[in-house]
Design a protein around this ligand. Sequence first.
Ligand code: TYM
Length: 332
Amino acid sequence: MGGRIFSGVQPTGNLHLGNYLGAIRNWVALQEQYESIFCVVDMHAITMPPWEPEALRAHTREVTAAYIAAGIDPQRCVIFVQSHVAAHAQLAWVFNCVAAIGWLNRMTQFKDKAGKDREGAMAGLYVYPVLMAADVLAYRATHVPVGEDQKQHLELMRDIAGAFNRRYDVDFFPLPEPLILGTATRVMSLRDGRAKMSKSDPSDNSRINLTDDADTIARKVRRAKSDSEMGLSWEPERRPEAANLLNIYAALAEEPREAVVERFAASSFADFKGTLADLAVARLAPIAGEMRRLLADPGHIDAILRAGAERAEAIASDNLAQVYDIVGFLRR
Ligand code: TYM
């Protein structure tokens, strides 16, 4: 065992290929090497609209189903829902008293998500990365497998862990290492090679959802934006759309990028996209099918989440009790 990993996905709907290739698929391999804890971060999901309680419940089960359908083993790993373990919110409060406002002001994701109306953004959106630090550090996890876009949050997490240790003169929290793995750490929109593939893009054609059926996947790949040049090449600056499709292919086929460039150097985009569509369907359609099967029995999913919460709680509440001692809270 190389340590303990923790990671999570927000249940905000539209789980997509970026979430799969950037995060979930890597976890499947990592569960063999690390003690693994995977969370559905519902408390993070209420930092932004839409606030739809029924949809949140459905999406929470959907993310759980995606984890399992992708190959995460609920026996071997802990799979649970963030709000089921109170220590996340409790530790986040302690960390709110460790993280400086200046650190939070630097977070680009907050700036992006808050948009122009910074004053109208929720305080929860602002302290989002503090809760994220609490998620990981409640388990004293050593590694955090995520996509590229979470890098800055991971740096903040390390700053918080280090500042806590120094302030109280302890060596309690590890400084978690990001694991940003593979060729698809930043999957881009199928409509715009310079924009990240995202759950919130209004165009459904910009992303491949994990719930898409075979026909939909194939159609979206065939209609993906490309350029007018013949053949593939790796020039992300000049040919962002080609680079994105190339990365997606390499990640799905688990082949080096260079091998893919070589194979399709003389192909038309139509041919390449046809092959990519077949590959994407072969890899993703079985996951969608398994998700549907799992979601047909919500009781089973809820039972997995209950068992996961118990295992998570046992670790987190013990760590929280030690933190409370360290900061000087009187024992009950
Ligand atoms: P979320 O829900 O936005 O995304 C879940 C995971 O998917 C990755 N990802 C991508 N990877 C490649 N290309 C993309 N286009 C793409 N879009 C998303 C993300 O990097 C992430 O790994 N803050 C986190 C959730 C979180 C968390 C945590 C993660 C809460 N607490 C503790 C790790 C540890 C988030 O919003 O992920």
